[in-house]
Design a protein around this ligand. Structure first.
Ligand SMILES: *[C@@H]1O[C@H](CO)[C@@H](O)[C@H](O)[C@H]1NC(C)=O
Ligand SMILES: *[C@@H]1O[C@H](CO)[C@@H](O)[C@H](O)[C@H]1NC(C)=O
Ligand SMILES: *[C@@H]1O[C@H](CO)[C@@H](O)[C@H](O)[C@H]1NC(C)=O
Ligand SMILES: *[C@@H]1O[C@H](CO)[C@@H](O)[C@H](O)[C@H]1NC(C)=O
Ligand SMILES: *[C@@H]1O[C@H](CO)[C@@H](O)[C@H](O)[C@H]1NC(C)=O
Ligand SMILES: *[C@@H]1O[C@H](CO)[C@@H](O)[C@H](O)[C@H]1NC(C)=O
Ligand SMILES: *[C@@H]1O[C@H](CO)[C@@H](O)[C@H](O)[C@H]1NC(C)=O
Ligand SMILES: *[C@@H]1O[C@H](CO)[C@@H](O)[C@H](O)[C@H]1NC(C)=O
Ligand SMILES: *[C@@H]1O[C@H](CO)[C@@H](O)[C@H](O)[C@H]1NC(C)=O
Ligand SMILES: *[C@@H]1O[C@H](CO)[C@@H](O)[C@H](O)[C@H]1NC(C)=O
Ligand SMILES: *[C@@H]1O[C@H](CO)[C@@H](O)[C@H](O)[C@H]1NC(C)=O
Ligand SMILES: *[C@@H]1O[C@H](CO)[C@@H](O)[C@H](O)[C@H]1NC(C)=O
Ligand SMILES: [Cu+2]
Length: 593
């Protein structure tokens, strides 16, 4: 097993504050391992599954050299990291960069400022994040402490999803058949399915605790397509942070976690000496086919003599009431670090419907899904397509957006109808979205409020929406159609939870607010990967601010290229405004991108 090459360089030093450069080398490569009684070749980082944990302090600079030794195009996303003025390092393929081709490399370089807690990193190309993921832990900078009592030890609990096939084959097959992907064969805790699956109990994740002590569990949902219920037999947990934002302590016997989200909990070993299962299975709001299996790990009290762990009772797969209660009951710790009050003046209002749809069957596809069509998904009836000739961020930076994206994403749905009425589910005049790469341009530092309204088209479902480059406040949520008289009265403007991923309730709505303080191109999408490739996405182009310190610097020289012509554009780049005018010249002189 290869070890990550790890290097610390002292950059500055004072009595209170130290900022370091934390450097890693990520080799993306094949790994053959056995799960569920059979061998599988998967894509991983540094021969580890899950991948290496990155540990930094707030204020550090992270430098990760990614070498792609895998057979696939790869990019890495640093999920939840603000990437202030470092959008070139955000990672989603064709949004902020072209993919790193097999045999190539790219160095991600960015500062981690103004946030601490649990985040994670994952591939953001095809469905490779199924196995290309790991934890990214941001601890308070020296001299600072957590907003909660210091735990004895910290453990990360990475929840994942496993197929006993190549995930790329699963994806390709789903896209060409036009239906949902094959359901997974297992869920995993730190890469292990656990005792309830065949051939798996030898590897089950085990966590040792001492009676009376308190531990921090950093729970990450790295599953591709499933929200999860997570419980520990006979124990409650105290939530202290979500998505690297401190929360008021919330005591709960359950954690509900959507793909992309993180939840930090304190666990006190306050039960009799014994061993206890931690277990996770899906919260499935749709009710089509899904993986109904349960992954487990074991918490073992020191000096226990009992050998058979107690099993928690998980909620029913469709227990929306439990999911809603957990998701909506979180509030921010307003006297904790990095809190900023909710902006009260809104510069831009948006109302975004989201949900599934159907599009005509692709040329060589088989399309066994509804009405002989294939699945799609959309926001405001626009099904998002990634460009392939140039990344959107380069297009924005060089003012070469023609053929890459347009800035006319609608602020409101094109058609008003009863969004949550299930009798519309297969209404042919409503279910077929347009395909486009439409985005929204935002002035630097403008404030945005979005009402997300889930539809019942094709199937009503909870969609976990992730915004890159920003955290947002979750002001309110509910079921049915959003009512703009009742809704605002429900807003929590005092201590709403802050997140970068939020599950909009099935057949319901949620209202978020954020400040566009980060110049760049930022994807906003459903973190269910199946829905992302079907088009449940859009992006924000946040303009530069008035000063160099509020503007996006030029791309790093090793930013991967999509094609020869984008290389040509880059090679004549000297950076800055001068460069921009040169590229406009190239475009108007007719060089095809
Ligand atoms: C990695 O695995 C894939 C799929 O099994 C295979 O096609 C490829 O040759 C392997 N590459 C290397 C370098 O082993
Ligand atoms: C998906 O499931 C079908 C039906 O069980 C199976 O025939 C097919 O091989 C599976 N696809 C992959 C890529 O494993
Ligand atoms: C896949 O995983 C299941 C367990 O869910 C197992 O029963 C099966 O044998 C595995 N292999 C294949 C080829 O389906
Ligand atoms: C765990 O909880 C169950 C039911 O609440 C109880 O019957 C059992 O005695 C408890 N076990 C331990 C070891 O505390
Ligand atoms: C476990 O047992 C050993 C030996 O009896 C003892 O030294 C140790 O303190 C015990 N640990 C706990 C947490 O009780
Ligand atoms: C949940 O599923 C069960 C069957 O598995 C069904 O009886 C029940 O009505 C469902 N509940 C909801 C809220 O859909
Ligand atoms: C969670 O909800 C309960 C009532 O359902 C309430 O008493 C409690 O204060 C809430 N906790 C938080 C942190 O909002
Ligand atoms: C469909 O398949 C044919 C024959 O394999 C191929 O020539 C054509 O390019 C394919 N079309 C698309 C859109 O993939
Ligand atoms: C960007 O391009 C458009 C159309 O080609 C042009 O009108 C505009 O002035 C350009 N902006 C900059 C900053 O170069
Ligand atoms: C929308 O549809 C729901 C479910 O069918 C229904 O209960 C509700 O009354 C409808 N709303 C309006 C305004 O028609
Ligand atoms: C952003 O807007 C806020 C509130 O309007 C203002 O206080 C702040 O100075 C602005 N920040 C920048 C960098 O312009
Ligand atoms: C890999 O990336 C290159 C450059 O963007 C692209 O031409 C190619 O189609 C990509 N391959 C796949 C399998 O997506
Ligand atoms: Cu979704």
């Amino acid at each position: 097993m290869a070890c990550p090459i790890f290097l610390l360089v002292l950059l500055t030093y004072s009595s209170v504050v130290t900022a370091e450069i934390v450097e890693h080398h990520f080799l993306v490569q094949n790994l053959t391992l056995t799960r569920l009684c059979q061998q599988e070749v998967i894509t991983v980082v540094n021969g580890e599954f899950p991948g290496p944990t990155i540990e930094v302090h707030e204020g550090d600079t992270l430098v990760v050299h990614v070498f792609n030794e895998s057979p696939y195009n790869v990019t890495i996303h640093w999920h939840g990291v603000f990437q202030l003025r470092s959008g070139w390092a955000d990672g989603p393929e064709y949004v902020t960069q072209c993919p790193i081709l097999p045999g190539n490399k790219y160095t991600y370089r960015f500062d981690i400022t103004g946030q601490e807690g649990t985040l994670w990193w994952h591939a953001h190309s095809q469905w490779l994040r199924a196995t290309v993921y790991g934890a990214l832990i941001i601890r308070p900078r020296n001299g600072h402490s957590y907003s909660f009592p210091k735990p004895l030890e910290e453990f990360q609990i990475l929840l994942g999803e496993w197929w006993n096939s190549s995930i790329i084959e699963i994806e390709n097959q789903a896209l060409s058949d036009g239906h949902g992907p094959n359901i997974s064969n297992a869920f995993t805790i730190n890469g292990q399915p656990g005792d309830l699956y065949d051939c798996s109990s030898h590897g089950t994740y085990r966590l040792k605790v001492i009676q009376g002590e308190t531990y921090l569990l950093r729970i990450i949902n790295a599953a591709l397509n499933n929200q999860l219920f997570f419980k520990i037999a006979n124990h409650t947990m105290t939530v202290v942070a979500v998505d690297a934002c401190y929360t008021n302590p919330l005591v709960s016997d359950i954690v509900v976690i959507a793909p992309g989200q993180t939840v930090d909990v304190l666990l006190t070993a306050d039960q009799p000496l014994a061993s206890y299962y931690m277990a996770a299975h899906p919260y499935d709001s749709l009710g089509f086919e899904y993986d109904k299996t349960t992954t487990t790990g074991i918490i073992i009290y020191e000096n226990t003599t009992s050998s058979s762990p107690l099993m928690p009772i998980l909620p029913a797969f469709n227990d929306t009431a439990t999911a809603f209660k957990f998701y909506s009951n979180l509030t921010s710790l307003v006297n904790g670090p990095f809190w900023a009050p909710v902006p009260l003046k809104i510069d831009k209002h948006m109302f975004v419907t989201e949900g599934l749809g159907l599009v005509p069957c692709g040329a060589n596809n088989t399309c066994t899904a509804f009405l002989g069509m294939q699945f799609a998904a959309s926001m405001n009836n626009e099904s998002f397509e990634l460009p392939t000739k140039l990344s959107m961020l380069e297009a924005s930076f060089y003012n070469l957006t023609s053929g890459i994206y347009t800035t006319d994403f609608p602020d409101y749905p094109p058609l008003v109808f009863n969004y949550t009425d299930k009798s519309n589910s297969l209404n042919i005049s409503l279910v077929i979205p347009s395909r486009s790469t439409r985005v929204t341009k935002l002035k630097f530092n403008s404030t945005v409020q979005i009402v997300f309204q889930n539809t019942a088209l094709v199937g009503a479902e909870n969609h976990p929406i992730h915004l890159h480059g920003h955290n947002f406040y979750v002001l309110a949520q509910g079921f049915g159609n959003y009512d703009d008289v009742i809704g605002p009265k429900m807003f929590n403007l005092i201590n709403p939870q802050k997140r970068s991923t939020y599950g909009v309730p099935v057949g319901g709505w949620a209202v978020i607010r954020f400040t566009a303080n980060n110049p760049g191109v930022w994807l906003m999408h459903c973190h269910v990967d199946t829905h992302l490739v079907w088009g449940l996405a859009t992006a924000f182009v946040v303009e530069d601010g008035p000063t160099p310190s509020t503007s996006l610097p030029p791309p790093p020289p090793d930013l991967p290229i999509c094609s020869f012509s984008s290389k040509q554009i880059r090679s004549s780049n000297k950076g800055g405004d001068n460069a921009k005018s040169i590229f406009v010249g190239i475009e108007t002189s007719g060089i095809a991108l």
